[in-house]
Design a binder for this molecule. Structure first.
Ligand code: 9D3
Length: 265
């Protein structure tokens, strides 16, 4: 019997408005995302904001009302660019990258990977963007973390990268989705490859044993140990089983849990 293929293909489309289109295209074109674009799983269109400026110097910024240092991104070129992009009539979620945005995380990536609309990014530069852009054009304002960047382009790329790898077929690894839901919210276990010994440092014996149950147990315990040690804040959100809590309790009460982490035999 032939199996009926389920229509479960997902794909996702992004539009990016930026004054540095080459920066964005370069990353897409030099990464695994290029393959995803070729496979039709991912579509990325980059728009140069300056193409929507109307003066001969293609001005996109101006001095701030009220004074102060730095320049502010003007609304007119952004407004014209967004209208030009939306002229195709497709539905879009418009996201502005800014330090004032909601902090981006894996849950947000998963949510965006389910988005049916195209996602339109407005990347800021300079000290900021005219506040009326947010009022008139933006659905969502996103920051990628608590550090200061020079603009929104890296934010857009971070989001595209993290969302694209959740689209089935982008990584070309069927097992990875299952594994990822199992390990959601905790740190990785330690990885090893050949040789079995390098300058006296040996690969843990269990990994050479061929016993898949023991290997799975060892890896889960090491992943939990590292999370407890380095990122205990993650444990609140992580997808943990009853058995995981037993392991964590054991790690908490035994010295090997925290102090002798890397030394245990
Ligand atoms: C003195 C106030 N600064 C805010 C911390 C001004 C300012 C700095 C950097 C205004 C804009 C920027 C450019 N940053 C982004 O466009 C940006 C960003 C970031 O800086 N950190 C984390 N996520 C993002 S998303 C866009």
């Amino acid at each position: 019997m032939e199996e009926t293929p389920l229509a479960l293909y997902m794909s996702i489309g992004f539009d990016i408005i930026t004054i540095f289109p080459g920066m964005v295209s370069a990353y897409i074109g030099e990464s695994i995302l290029k393959r995803a674009v070729q496979k039709g799983l991912l579509d990325v269109k980059v728009y140069n904001l300056r193409d929507h400026a109307t003066d001969k110097h293609r001005t996109v910024d101006d001095y701030p009302y009220g004074g102060g240092s730095g320049m502010v991104m003007k609304i007119e070129p952004l407004y014209t660019a967004v209208q030009a992009i939306k002229a195709d009539g497709l539905e879009r979620l418009t996201v502005m990258l800014s330090p004032q945005g909601r902090r981006y995380d894996q849950a947000a990536a998963e949510s965006l990977s389910q988005e049916k609309r195209r996602i339109l990014f407005i990347c800021g530069r300079y000290e900021g963007i005219d506040e009326r852009v947010k009022e008139s054009l933006v659905d969502d304002e996103v920051s990628i973390g608590d550090y200061v960047l020079t603009g929104g382009e890296l934010g857009a790329l971070v989001i595209i990268d993290s969302v694209a790898r959740l689209i089935p077929g982008v990584l070309g690894d069927e097992e990875s989705a299952k594994e990822e839901s199992f390990t959601w919210g905790i740190l990785d276990y330690p990885h090893y490859t050949r040789p079995p010994e390098f300058m006296g440092m040996r690969v843990p014996e269990v990994l050479l044993s061929g016993n898949h149950k023991d290997i799975a147990d060892y890896r889960r315990k090491e992943a939990l140990r590292r999370t407890l040690q380095k990122r205990p804040d993650l444990l609140g959100k992580a997808a943990l089983s009853k058995r995981d809590y037993d392991i964590l309790n054991e790690l908490c009460s035994s010295k090997t849990g925290i102090n002798d982490a890397e030394e245990e035999g």
